[in-house]
Design a protein around this ligand. Structure first.
Ligand code: N0T
Length: 534
């Protein structure tokens, strides 16, 4: 009976993020959950449009749909709320067996005010824009607009209250993104009198703790952060604004909340002061500390990955995965080149991932995403989701325990390695079926399907000498850690069934293992047993 009661308690518990040993998990019904997501196009947040969304989400084999809910849509007239789209969305998600992540498009969507209701757009006196040094209004709403904050917060609280009413016992909705890609392009910060007065105040102690001072240890923003003062101040102002909205929403219905980021160049190290090269004030990797200090109600700063260069992708994943920040990728471009990085993201222990523009609306965001508007959109991602779906809960648990790693093939196509306690996985790409290229002739020719970088592998160490390997277009050789000896005992190809039990299909040996585990152009899953001679 006690077991049953605790099971019920877990089922009734709202989704939440937990952290242990610097790793994170999204608990859903009390157990780690892996978001295999898909994000709809921006204008698909209407009941009729959902007809173009579900087929793509189903084709993707996603378990979660990321869908905007817009301020203009829920509060077309001030104080009169309409949550009918949310009702439809939640009902249909349940019918399709999917979870949801809601994206609150309010004061800022890609930094602009375009998703605010008309009554906001038409009243710049009440809802002021940022102004430049000359007092000229910029296109982006000011984080010092007290009325804007009040109004956005009221709408968000109404949304969360409604959500609690319709979903508080079911948890179809897992998380909420507050605003979308915030910050300001073209202007480093607000120079309005209210902003200027705040800029001259001492930097709050909470910020000093999380964001290392660059000059003086205390004092005004300029004194403490020198050339970075304006952008850090804007990040603080925007984060505080969002944090207040999130906190008010969570007071009504406590779900995990996050912000997403249109990235700055992660390879510019050390990062130079803002030079119109990214949206100032957004949660770029270098100001995550400021967001943590100013917006404690926001759990995660998340990267939107729209540059497929492998060095960029890897650098971003490294910078956003921190002991104080779970890795969660709410947007990646839908171009095929991004597919292999799912192995890196899920292998590194992300709580989830979601390609953007997953619906059959006749629109493409090329060149950020694919040109396709049909089933070809999902192909590069479905192949990976298909492999992870049957063991999604188990994988999330392994990731939380620090047992998993993963990587996508580099643009340079060079060998890579993943180190586990006792064993190293050596990965090579493009090589033919037999041995090394030194044999020459046809033997040196790359394996079919490896013309473009497309390989990847995710590995879980499920016992001291046992591994689950998921991957494609890569040769994997497990080697004993330096100074020890060991060999491959058995590699089973198979899959996990719906109950999570391993189903062996064949044992790989001979040609399939003599030169390493040769993973073909279609993803496979192997259960590998290594051994050490006595
Ligand atoms: C994204 C999407 C949507 C290397 C673009 C990406 C989504 C928003 N913005 O289709 O609008 O709502 O979050 C911005 C990418 C910047 C360009 C990077 C060039």
């Amino acid at each position: 009976l006690a077991g049953l009661l605790s099971l019920q308690a877990a089922a009734a518990e709202a989704p939440r993020l937990v952290t242990r040993d610097g790793r994170h998990a999204l608990l859903v019904d009390g157990k780690p959950f892996l978001i295999l997501g898909g994000q709809a196009h921006n204008s698909s947040n209407y009941p009729e449009a959902l007809k173009t969304v579900w087929p793509a989400i189903d084709d993707l084999k996603a378990n979660t749909l990321l869908m905007p809910v817009a301020w203009e849509q829920v509060e077309p007239q001030e104080g009169r709320f309409d949550f009918s789209f949310l009702d439809t969305l939640v009902k249909q998600a349940r019918e399709h067996g999917k979870h949801l992540v809601l994206l609150w498009f309010g004061t800022w969507k890609n930094t602009s005010a375009q998703y605010t209701p008309e009554w906001v757009k038409l009243d710049p006196q009440r809802f002021p824009f940022n102004v430049d040094r000359e007092g000229k209004a910029n296109y982006s709403l000011s984080p010092f607009g007290a009325e804007t904050l009040k109004a956005d917060k009221r709408a968000f609280v109404a949304l969360m209250g409604h959500l609690k009413k319709i979903d508080g016992d079911r948890h179809t909705v897992l998380m909420v993104q507050v605003e979308n890609e915030v910050g300001t392009y073209g202007l480093v910060r607000d120079f309005s009198p209210a902003a200027q007065a705040a800029f001259e105040q001492p930097v709050p102690a909470a910020v000093l703790e999380r964001q290392k001072p660059r000059a003086a240890a205390t004092g005004s923003w300029r004194e403490v952060y020198g050339d970075y003062a304006d952008e850090y101040f804007h990040a603080w102002a925007v984060a505080r604004y969002i944090g207040e909205i999130a906190a008010a929403g969570r007071a009504v219905y406590d779900l995990p909340m996050y912000v997403n980021n249109a990235l700055r160049d992660p390879l510019e190290q050390p990062p130079k002061p803002w030079n119109k090269n990214f949206a100032s004030g957004g949660p770029t990797w270098d100001v995550i500390g400021i967001y943590k200090a100013a917006a404690p109600a926001i759990d995660i700063a998340a990267p939107d990955v729209y540059n497929p260069e492998s060095a960029q992708v890897n650098a971003n994943l490294g910078l956003f995965q921190r002991p104080d920040n779970a890795l969660w990728i709410p947007e990646i471009g839908s171009k095929p080149a991004y597919g292999r990085f799912l192995y890196a993201m899920l292998g590194r222990g992300a709580i989830g991932v979601s390609p953007f523009g997953i619906d059959y609306f006749d629109y493409t965001n090329h060149p950020l995403g694919t040109q396709a508007t049909d089933k070809a959109i999902v192909q590069p991602f479905e192949r990976v989701y298909r492999m992870f779906a049957p063991l999604q809960r188990q994988w999330a648990q392994w990731a939380f325990e620090g047992r998993t790693q993963g990587i996508g093939e580099g643009d340079d196509r060079k060998p890579q390695q993943l180190d586990f306690p006792g064993w190293t996985a050596k990965l090579t790409y493009r090589l033919g079926r037999f041995g090394e290229a030194s044999w020459g002739g046809d033997y040196a020719k790359p394996a079919p399907g490896t013309e473009e970088p497309g390989g990847g592998a995710a590995i879980a160490q499920i016992g001291p000498d046992e591994f689950i390997l998921i991957g494609e277009r890569v040769r994997v050789r497990m080697e004993p850690a330096a100074g020890t000896s060991g060999m491959l005992l058995r590699a089973e190809q198979g899959r996990f069934d719906a109950e999570g039990r391993w189903q062996m299909e064949r044992v790989w040996n001979g040609d399939q293992v003599d030169y390493g585990l040769n993973l073909p152009a279609e993803p496979v899953m192997l259960k590998i047993k290594m051994g050490r001679p006595r």
